[in-house]
Design a protein around this ligand. Structure first.
Ligand code: COA
Ligand code: AMP
Length: 633
């Protein structure tokens, strides 16, 4: 039996023993009373009774162990033409001061703090400063518009919001402060204070009494000590898209999370303390939380915080430049980044210009790595290219190739095997296990391993309805796929209205809610259509109210603007077509799945429940006018 199988079996047969051993990698103030509390399923709790501090594990203990001079964080920012490094000692000092500044604003254990920041080291300091105080952070991705930020403010009810004067998107300076001010205006809940990082690229006007300058506040702050918290206390809330406009507040605990982060770094990514690890994502997403901030620092690695893009900052050699300049061992990014590089540098001319001696592995996630992208990356890099599948909910990989255990043969298009701790099953429509090779919904037999969501923020019922009730005894992932005869997991897409645009998870339901507000729109549907670069792009279909005979191009322009203003540029909603009606079943359900297949020019059978099959031809014709549905159908 190989090492992977041995470790996987142990994790499923003896989760208590397995995770107790893994928990030795973490520094505890008090050991747990129990490894897994399974007394109230499906609310499982890991390490109850244990006390720790996540910031202590990420920073203080490395300094205490004499590794204070090792580089903790490299901020590589082609958009500001700068590279700044921080040792563990320096990062600890700044984080302790940031915690002191938050403390001075009244933040105490259990309070929530919203963080709305670009990819700057201060975003990491703010997150860790919250962890230091036992406060709960909720980072909101900078590409979200004020309304989305306001929704999160109203749900998380932060005492303080930490933000910056601006972010920089390639050459565009995006002023964050006016967006924050607008969000606070829109929100019902008002934070007591805001802590604003002034960047040289844009000034931020501070509102007296409410807003405080980051640098000044840190200069005046006394460094704050670590506050012990319960293993089961929340570390953060991260909102993610569901099927409606109301995002789900995924809760992460402290103890299970720290254990899972440390275990995954060694066993999935095969890294050791001192290695340079780079997750080219954003702190606003789960990948950023887990693998820019917490996991690399908890293990004592150097983490790269990259403020740039794979292309255009300044060229498609950007990733190779960063890897060679900083000695990166592992790069983790989304397949869309590789498709962007491939489009601009198909023969890898830029790649050849750099010495990538220390670079060992590429890990991809956020969407399925399609075989074309896999083979292109593999041919170019001549190193293992590992697809692994996970979600905001789990916080770390559910299926992957655990290189720290052993490298299993790679099958293009598959995320390899279930990661130890995850008992992955494929279920049919009746909730029975599907035979190997047959498609079904992907579920995980409970309990989930440490680090995964214990619940949704102040929404236990929604947690149960979304994840636990659809298939009792299992966690419902929302993905569909199959397991092949070798036990390899193949994830084929979502069964709900969630789409993946350039690795960003978005809700078509939320977009429909906005499109439906347009005064000329009677009815609408938004689907995710396949896109060569971004994986999927949203496309809107609208039925106009009787008597409206305006130019459809004008209506489209208005709809695009509405989605951009209300969700944000990141939604990449750029296409909307007018159709005479939407295809529906006789009971009135919109056939979004069939519409998606038409857009992607996939074969499909006309649903027997359809009200009027000619409505599908109308959809095809409308899609063809914007360049979709071109091949077969
Ligand atoms: N703040 C403000 N605006 C932002 C933003 C931020 N943090 N991040 C993105 N945006 C804006 C962009 O400027 C762009 O606006 P535009 O419509 O005015 O051009 C829009 O949101 C879409 O951004 P993005 O999805 O990044 O697309 P892009 O066309 O600029 O770049 C890629 C395409 C593939 C290069 C880019 O998506 C990428 O690098 N992806 C890497 C994968 C990744 O980070 N995935 C996250 C999960 S692992
Ligand atoms: P997020 O919560 O933003 O990480 O998005 C999670 C969703 O992205 C999953 O439910 C999948 O639909 C998709 N996803 C992420 N990684 C992969 C992968 N490696 N293969 C297939 N789908 C993926």
């Amino acid at each position: 039996m190989g090492k992977y199988q041995e470790v996987f079996d142990k994790s499923i047969q003896d989760p208590n023993g397995f995770w107790a051993e893994a928990a030795e990698a973490i520094s505890w103030y008090r050991k747990w009373d129990q490894v897994l509390d399974a007394s109230n399923p499906p609310f499982y709790r890991w390490f109850p009774g244990g006390e720790l501090n996540t910031c202590y594990n990420a920073l203080d203990r490395h300094v205490a162990a004499g590794r204070g001079d090792q580089v903790a964080v490299i901020h590589d920012s082609p958009v500001t033409d700068s590279v700044t490094t921080y040792t563990y000692s320096q990062f600890l000092d700044l984080t302790a001061k940031a915690a002191g500044a938050l403390q001075a604003l009244g933040v105490v254990k259990g309070d929530t703090v919203v963080i709305y920041m670009p990819m700057v080291p201060e975003a990491l300091m703010a997150m860790l400063a919250c962890a230091r105080l036992g406060a709960i952070h909720s980072v909101v991705f900078g590409g979200f518009a004020p309304k989305e930020l306001a929704i999160r403010i109203d749900d998380a009810k932060p005492k303080v919001i930490v933000s910056a004067s601006c972010g920089i998107e390639v050459k565009k300076v995006i002023a964050y402060k006016p967006l924050l001010d607008k969000a606070i205006d829109l929100a019902t809940h008002k934070p007591q204070s805001c802590l604003i990082l002034a960047r040289p690229q844009a000034a931020a006007e501070l509102i007296p009494g409410r807003d405080h300058d980051w640098h000044q506040s840190l200069a005046q702050a006394a460094p704050a000590a670590c506050v012990p918290v319960q293993a089961t206390d929340p570390l953060y809330i991260l909102y993610t898209s569901g099927t409606t406009g109301l995002p789900k507040g995924i809760v992460r605990d402290n103890g299970g999370h720290a254990v899972a982060m440390a275990w995954s770094m060694k066993n999935i990514y095969d890294v050791a303390p001192g290695d340079v690890y780079w997750a080219a994502s954003d702190v606003g997403w789960v990948v950023g939380h887990s693998y820019i901030v917490y996991a690399p620092l908890i293990l004592g690695c150097t983490t790269v915080v990259y403020e740039g893009k794979p292309v255009g900052t300044p060229d498609p050699g950007a990733f190779w430049r960063v890897i060679s300049q900083h000695g990166v061992k592992v790069l983790f990014t989304a397949p869309t980044a590789f498709r962007a590089i491939k489009r601009e540098d198909p023969r890898g001319e830029y790649f050849k210009r750099y010495d990538l001696g220390g670079f060992k592995y590429l890990f991809l996630a956020g969407e399925r790595t399609d075989p074309d992208t896999y083979y292109w990356a593999q041919d170019l890099l001549q190193r293992p290219v590992i697809d692994h599948w996970w979600q905001t909910e789990t916080g770390w990989a559910i299926a992957g190739n655990c290189l720290g255990l052993e490298m299993l043969p790679i099958k293009a298009g598959s995320a390899t095997k279930p990661v130890p701790g995850y008992d992955v099953r494929i279920l049919d429509a009746n909730g029975q296990e599907a035979p190997r090779g047959n498609p079904g919904v992907v579920a995980v037999k409970l309990p989930l391993p440490p680090g995964t969501l214990p619940t949704l923020w102040q929404a236990d019922e929604r947690f149960l309805n979304s994840y636990m009730r659809p298939y009792p005894g299992y966690y419902f992932t929302g993905d569909e796929g199959f397991m092949d005869t070798d036990g390899y997991v193949n994830i084929m897409g979502r069964v709900d209205d969630v789409i993946n645009v350039a690795g960003h998870r978005l809700s078509t339901g939320a977009m429909e809610e906005i499109v439906a507000q347009h005064p000329d729109v009677a009815e609408c549907a938004v689907i995710g259509a396949a896109d060569d670069l971004k994986g999927q792009l949203p496309v809107g279909f609208v039925v106009l109210k009787a008597g409206v005979n305006r130019d459809p191009a004008d209506i489209k322009k208005e709809l695009v603007q509405m989605v951009r203003e209300q969700i944000g540029a990141v939604a990449a909603f750029k296409e909307a077509v007018v159709v005479p009606r939407l295809p529906k079943t006789r009971s009135g359900k919109i056939l979004r799945g069939t519409m998606r297949k038409i857009a992607d020019a996939q074969g499909f059978s006309v649903p027997s429940t359809i009200d009027d099959p000619t409505s599908l031809d109308e959809i095809r014709q409308a899609l063809q006018t914007i360049g979709y549905a071109q091949a077969k159908g």
